[in-house]
Design a protein around this ligand. Sequence first.
Ligand SMILES: [Zn+2]
Length: 281
Amino acid sequence: MPELPEVETVVTELNAVTKGAKITSSETLTQKIRIPVPPELDLSLKNKVILHVTRRAKYILIHLDGDKILVIHLGMSGRIHIHEADKKTATQKHDHLILHLSNGKDVFFNDPRRFGLIELIDEEKINSHRLFSHLGPEPLSRNFSPSFLAGALKSRKGPVKVALMDQCLVVGVGNIYASEALFEAGIHPETSAQKLTIQKIEKLTAAIKAVLKSAIKAGGSTLKDYRKTNGDLGYFQHKFAVYDRAGKACRGCVCDIAKTGGVQKITQGGRSTFYCPRKQL
Ligand SMILES: [Zn+2]
């Protein structure tokens, strides 16, 4: 499932290719995804200029003239492909939307598992929209500070790993990066969120930002479904310290695998968590 760094990578690539271009036409190939694609989307998009592309949580926001935002969520398996229109790229199975741009590019949204989402929202209503109104701050923003996190965790009795993945607390810290950040900060994932000391919270805040920035720099992580818009792979998965490394040595750690048994794997909130039993106490 694409997480924040993967979506950020897609947004950067979309900006580079689509900013300033006009949508000369679009093709909604199916309306049947998790939330049905708005009817008459093609009519609404026709001749709209793409002003710029941003990200909020894991949503791609394509800002259009006329104060509209085309919102795309990649869901579990969604991908954005960008092709030259003159290559007559045939549509693939599971392509749901194609944008034909005035600069000769075609932008494809493909989603085999159909958990993705396409919405057209008025710019001024975006923050109060049901998709966005409950969301916590962006982890890479100044608002996400140790004092903010301390306040937000104070009332949380559950494990810190589960709290971090709650999008109402902070957005975009999914399963991979929650494990990686807790490792970086030396915090056991089962620690009660409200019992973390301010020193640990400071470390954790810094670790979340560092891990996400480093993953963005690497173009995201390629697991099962994620590809960059040109089909290339992100490569942050080669840098995971603990994620998906059960029984192996933790990267960049001084623990002795013969004594620890390597990275431990547990299940929390139905998701796998990976941690080092020596560094994360
Ligand atoms: Zn270790």
